[in-house]
Design a protein around this ligand. Structure first.
Ligand code: MLT
Ligand code: ZN
Length: 476
């Protein structure tokens, strides 16, 4: 069991970093105490901001010896409270923000090594400078850090083509709970040397070790891109169109994002500079992007032809192809502003779930019926990454309804949605992780043997239970 750090331990921890790299006044530590959604408010006696893996190892050695709990902290964009200390005031926060260098870009090997505190946008820029693409793409990429992306196995808008963060990792450097460093930063596509140890730390949300750097896969930069916003009458039509496009363009289809009318309306209403470029008011909208490194591919012609054929077959109601980068960016702004619009609209209850792509229409139809029955104060705003089966099945409070009545539905809605998702073979956390928010549901719903293995791994790697306690796994 972790215990509160003594004054002597706190002094040792401060000495493990440079003088300006620790914070302990109430005002200074305040930004580290609350999560992005303000679901939790914790307390801490100390925030450390190490600049090297050696300093992180020194911190963990002290924490292990003194049995002090550590909460790793990245860009603080977690939706599940994964980087927030608990209310006890005994957990120290280790912010990775100053461990943020790009160590090496190997263009010929299509790889780069970046430190955990590098922002996702910074990593993308470093790849771009070498005429390469790092394809993970998220609304919060300017703030979210690589360490957090790894720890939550982040997804985003290009998973259809490039996979999730896990799929983009070649190697990791990780400081274990006792201060030992796993130096597995190889940049190899082929490496069959026993267990895939690095894999354990991806999606573990800092509960097994503290990721300090990663070797990441890079790709050719798309030189030809086609982007379209398409109006359709049902999610089933969206899948038909996706199948048609994949048939015609294969892996060049990089994004397929679905939005209901209400999401588009909210975004246009609340977010300055966002407009709906389509003439017709449609029940559903699909943002499609195709990309190829071949500048002569003419993906715009391909997408135009496919959309015209789909429209002739009645599968598409309206569509607009971006004719400039600015138009494509405006379409992406419409999609990426949906969470902000929901926030401005008022309270919302979020469900980040996934199902097999083929089950998306069933999820939307049955989920909507459930919500209508269980939460009369709510409007369903189910949008997201239809191409990979991940929907943000969110519910926004209807204007003029009672806030307490609405938020009081949270638990019942979550249970019902998760039951539905399970019945469709899906997951209760697609891309936002478990954190503190879903730890109890994971304990309830995970396969018992799989959960047992998770606890075995936790005990083996963190026998004193000091790594981000209360996240992912409930204490047993
Ligand atoms: C998104 O895809 O926009 C986010 O993952 C979901 C959200 O911010 O609610
Ligand atoms: Zn998302």
């Amino acid at each position: 069991m972790p215990r509160p750090p003594s004054p002597a331990t706190l002094a040792q921890l401060k000495a493990a970093v440079a003088p300006g790299d620790w914070l302990d006044s109430a005002g200074d530590v305040a930004p580290y105490l609350s999560d992005f959604r303000h679901l939790y408010r914790g307390a801490t006696p100390l925030v450390l901001r190490p600049r090297s893996v050696e300093q992180v190892a020194g911190i963990m050695t002290i924490c292990h010896r003194e049995e002090v709990a550590v909460v790793p902290h990245g860009g603080n964009t977690s939706y599940c409270g994964g980087a927030t200390p608990d209310e006890s005031g005994s957990q120290i926060v280790v912010s990775m923000q100053r461990l943020n260098r790009v160590r090496h870009v190997d263009a010929a090997n299509y790889s780069m090594i970046v430190e955990a505190g590098c922002t996702l946008a910074g990593a993308q820029a470093a790849a771009r400078d070498a005429n390469r693409l790092f394809p993970l793409s998220l609304g919060s990429e300017g703030t979210a850090q690589i360490g957090g992306n790894l720890s939550t196995n982040a997804g985003g808008t290009a998973v259809l083509r490039y996979g999730m963060m896990r799929d983009l990792v070649l190697g990791l450097e990780v400081v274990l709970a006792d201060g030992q460093v796993v130096s597995a930063l190889k940049s190899l596509r082929k490496d069959n040397t026993g267990y895939d140890v690095k894999s354990l730390f991806i999606g573990a949300e800092g509960t097994l070790g503290l990721i300090t750097a990663a070797s990441l896969k890079l790709f050719p930069v798309p030189a030809d891109t086609a982007t379209a916003l398409v109006g359709i009458d049902s999610p089933g039509r969206a899948l038909e169109l996706l199948a048609r496009l994949r048939g015609a363009a294969g892996d060049q289809v990089s994004s397929c994002e679905l939005m209901p009318r209400i999401a588009v309306q909210m975004t246009v209403q609340y977010v300055p500079g966002v407009a709906n470029p389509l003439d017709f008011d449609c029940a559903w909208y699909l943002l499609i992007e195709l990309g190829s490194p071949n500048p002569h591919q003419n993906l715009t012609a391909l997408l135009t032809r496919e959309l015209e054929e789909a429209a002739a077959a009645g599968a598409v109601q309206d569509a607009m192809l971006a004719s400039s980068l600015a138009q494509a960016q405006a379409m992406w702004k419409l999609r990426e502003s949906v969470p902000e619009a929901q926030r401005r609209h008022g309270a919302s209850i979020k469900h980040d779930v996934s199902v097999p792509v083929s089950a998306i229409p069933a999820l939307i139809e049955r989920g909507t019926t459930l919500i209508e029955q269980l939460a009369p104060e709510g409007d369903v705003v189910s949008y997201g990454h239809a191409g990979d089966g991940n929907l943000h099945f969110n519910v926004s409070q209807k204007p003029g309804t009672d806030l307490a009545a609405f938020t009081g539905r949270t638990h019942a809605l979550e249970r019902a949605m998760f039951d539905l998702v399970e019945s469709l073979g899906g997951s209760i956390s697609a891309e936002h992780g478990i954190g503190r928010l879903k730890a109890a549901e994971l304990a309830r719903r995970a396969d018992p043997v799989e959960l047992h293995v998770m606890h075995l791994l936790k005990k083996a790697l963190d026998p004193k239970g000091i790594m981000n306690p209360g996240k992912v796994l409930c204490a047993n």
